[in-house]
Each structure stands twice: as structure tokens, then as C-alpha cells.
Design a protein around this ligand. Structure first.
Ligand SMILES: Cc1cc2nc3c(=O)[nH]c(=O)nc-3n(C[C@H](O)[C@H](O)[C@H](O)COP(=O)(O)O)c2cc1C
Length: 169
């Protein structure tokens, strides 16, 4: 197993706009220990309620949403380019239909019961603080609705407190 070192949250430096091209996996485990994950490229890092937080958005039909809703915690995992194919697969196949993680060959690890991946470059562990569905009526720029929500499957916004960051040594 490759080694990780913990990074002090206050010293964490990363360009949040990299996400658009770099992607990440959002992972969570249910009470029975089962794990699911999905690729995401939208989200952010910031400060809310005086805490260091991450923002993520999940559409209602994602199987991963069941896992995130079933757990107090989740992880965001970042990889180098060599894993892009695996992330593309995890962002297209659903854990509802198959063991998609096994198909990618990625290895699930757990830290305090929170799943992440051994192949990761960086892992952000977080504790959920807030969830709210995005309402159609809240859009000020209505073009976004047609562009991103043809199926009216508006995301749920989650805000979670960053509890730990691991980076590969
Ligand atoms: C680059 C990329 C970014 C994605 N970002 C999101 C996202 O932010 N929110 C979301 O709900 N789905 C997003 N998806 C789609 C899910 O990853 C995809 O539907 C996945 O198959 C869901 O798997 P699941 O059903 O096992 O949860 C993205 C997919 C890709 C390829």
C-alpha cells in the first residue's frame, strides 16, 4: 500500500478551478459497510459557518446519493492523469447496475470507516453539515436551466466540513 501523509488543513493549497479538468471521486459508505463512488467535476472549497468546507452537488438519480445520505461523512479523492480512464468509467456506469469499482481495478481503503482509494494523490475527508435541493425558481440566469437540467433533475447541494486531508508521500 502506498503511503499518505496528513496535510494541515490550514496549509492546504490547491487551485479550486483545476477541478474542471482534473475531476474527483465522491465516495461514501452505508452503515452496512458497502461503498459507492462517482466522478464529479463541480464543487468548491471555502469557508462557511467559520469552518473549512467543501461544496458538492449530486443529482437525485445517482446511486452515490443514497450512500452520501446514509452517512455522516464522505471523501473526495483526486488522482493523477493515469487514472482518468477509471474516473471516466465511474462517471458513466452506475453502482446500482454492477460492481463498477472492481471493474476499474481501484482499491478501496477506509479511514475511520470513510472510504477512499489507495491510488489517490490526495484525499479530502469531510463531515456533512448541510444539504438542500436546488430549486428551479432560485435560478436568476434561466439559461442555466435549459442548458443543464433538460430532465429537471436539479442537483442537491451538500456542504461538508473538511476534517482531514491526506496527500501521497
Ligand atoms: C467529469 C464528470 C463530472 C461529473 N460531475 C457530476 C456531479 O458533479 N454531480 C452529479 O450528480 N453527477 C456528476 N457526474 C455524473 C456521475 O458521475 C455519473 O452519473 C455516475 O455514473 C453516477 O454513478 P452512481 O449511479 O453509481 O452514483 C459527472 C460525470 C463526469 C464524467
Amino acid at each position: 500500500m502506498e503511503k499518505f501523509k496528513e496535510t494541515n488543513i490550514k496549509n492546504y493549497l490547491s487551485n479550486p478551478f483545476e477541478l474542471k479538468d482534473k475531476w474527483m471521486l465522491i465516495s461514501a459508505a452505508k452503515n452496512d459497510g458497502t461503498v459507492n463512488t462517482m466522478t464529479a467535476s463541480w464543487g468548491g472549497f471555502g469557508v462557511m459557518w467559520n469552518k473549512e468546507v467543501v461544496f458538492i452537488v449530486i443529482r437525485p438519480q445517482r446511486y452515490t446519493k443514497e450512500f452520501v445520505d446514509n452517512s455522516d461523512t464522505l471523501s473526495l479523492t483526486f488522482f493523477d492523469e493515469s487514472h482518468k480512464k477509471a474516473l471516466a468509467y465511474l462517471g458513466k456506469a452506475s453502482g446500482r447496475d454492477e460492481d463498477k469499482i472492481a471493474k476499474t481495478g481501484l482499491s478501496v481503503a477506509k479511514d475511520n470507516d470513510i472510504p477512499y482509494f489507495e491510488e489517490a494523490e490526495k484525499v479530502i475527508f469531510a463531515k456533512k453539515l448541510f444539504v438542500q435541493p436546488i430549486h428551479e425558481s432560485a435560478f436568476l440566469d434561466k439559461h442555466l436551466i435549459n442548458k443543464w437540467y433538460a430532465e429537471k433533475d436539479f442537483h442537491y447541494l451538500y456542504i461538508a466540513e473538511v476534517t482531514k486531508i491526506l496527500e501521497k508521500e
